[in-house]
Design a protein around this ligand. Structure first.
Ligand code: ASP
Ligand code: MG
Length: 294
């Protein structure tokens, strides 16, 4: 079994989503597909919650844009017979976000922790909507809701992964599935004590995918992104930069810690512990060999 994670740019457009479908459906054996929100949507949702909380009615314009973006993508990639159902799912989530936003906008004296919970619940909709679209797109996909098995707890004021509980719940929820293709959200989680939506931090979808790969003992983790792999230097400033074909976990971890944006830094540890190879591959250039970390 393989775990394939698709980042925001990979699920961000009609063209890239067509590639996602091809890549997943070409896999032999069981595939766990972990998705980010459509590229840019998490930023928009954070901006929207800030405006709603500040009483700025411009939040409604952002919601209109987010809604339209998802409906346009559905019209472009989802097979016609499933479009209506997929649109209805998105509309329902947009309505949910709209009522959360008016709660923030109209209640200026909400306790800070309650406002923070509402904001996290809104932001989670980015991955919830993208995963709904990817589920409609991929033949035979079985949807799973990550907050049912990715659990955080409040530690020193921060949402922190409950590693043991999460590992056990991943095995319980996903380990029995006979489906060939499973789709789930990256990034989002539930607080194990309160049941409120939380998340693993910006860029956290990579981490979700690594946790699933490690708990299930996957044969590999593939991080599908918009570059050909780890590069010897930043290609925007060093046009002669080349792809590094193979690295150790330590080398890759050092590059991530030093700010290479390719992988979210906490990602490598769970897979390194289980000696699961990680491939960094380009959704826009799937035949490029990519970088393998092992
Ligand atoms: N959508 C989230 C973010 O933009 C998580 C992710 O993409 O990994 O940070
Ligand atoms: Mg990322």
């Amino acid at each position: 079994m393989k775990v394939l994670k698709f980042g925001g740019t990979s699920v961000g457009s009609v063209e890239s989503l067509r590639n996602v479908k091809q890549i997943v459906e070409a896999c032999q054996g069981q595939v766990m597909v972990v998705v980010s929100a459509l590229g840019g949507v998490t930023n928009q949702l954070i901006d929207m919650t800030g405006r709603a909380q500040a009483g700025d009615a411009a939040y409604e314009d952002i919601l209109v844009q987010v809604r339209q973006r998802h409906l346009d993508v559905i019209a472009g990639v989802v097979p016609v017979p499933q479009q209506q159902q997929c649109n209805a799912i998105v509309e329902q989530f947009v309505e949910g976000m709209s009522s959360f936003c008016s709660m923030l906008c109209l209640n200026h004296d909400l306790p800070a922790d309650m406002a923070a919970n509402i904001k996290d619940a809104i932001v989670a909709h980015g991955e919830i909507m993208s995963s709904a679209i990817v589920t409609c797109l991929i033949d035979g996909a079985e949807p799973h809701f990550s907050p049912n098995f990715i659990k955080t707890r409040r530690v020193d004021g921060a949402d922190t992964l409950d590693t043991d509980l999460t590992r056990r719940l991943i095995v319980e929820h996903l380990g029995q599935s006979k489906a060939q293709r499973l789709v789930m959200q990256g990034f989002i989680a539930d607080d194990a004590d309160t049941g409120m939506k939380t998340n693993l931090g910006r860029g956290g979808s990579d981490y979700t995918a690594a946790l699933v790969a490690a708990a299930l003992g996957a044969e590999c983790l593939e991080i599908w992104t918009d570059v050909d792999g780890f590069m010897t230097a930043d290609p925007r400033t060093h046009p002669d930069a080349t792809v590094i074909p193979s690295m150790t976990y330590e080398q890759a971890q050092r590059m991530c810690d030093a700010g290479a944006k390719v992988i979210y830094p906490p990602t490598l540890r769970p897979v390194a512990e289980r000696h699961i190879p990680v491939w960094v591959k380009n959704t826009f250039n799937p035949s490029a060999p990519g970088t393998v970390i092992q």
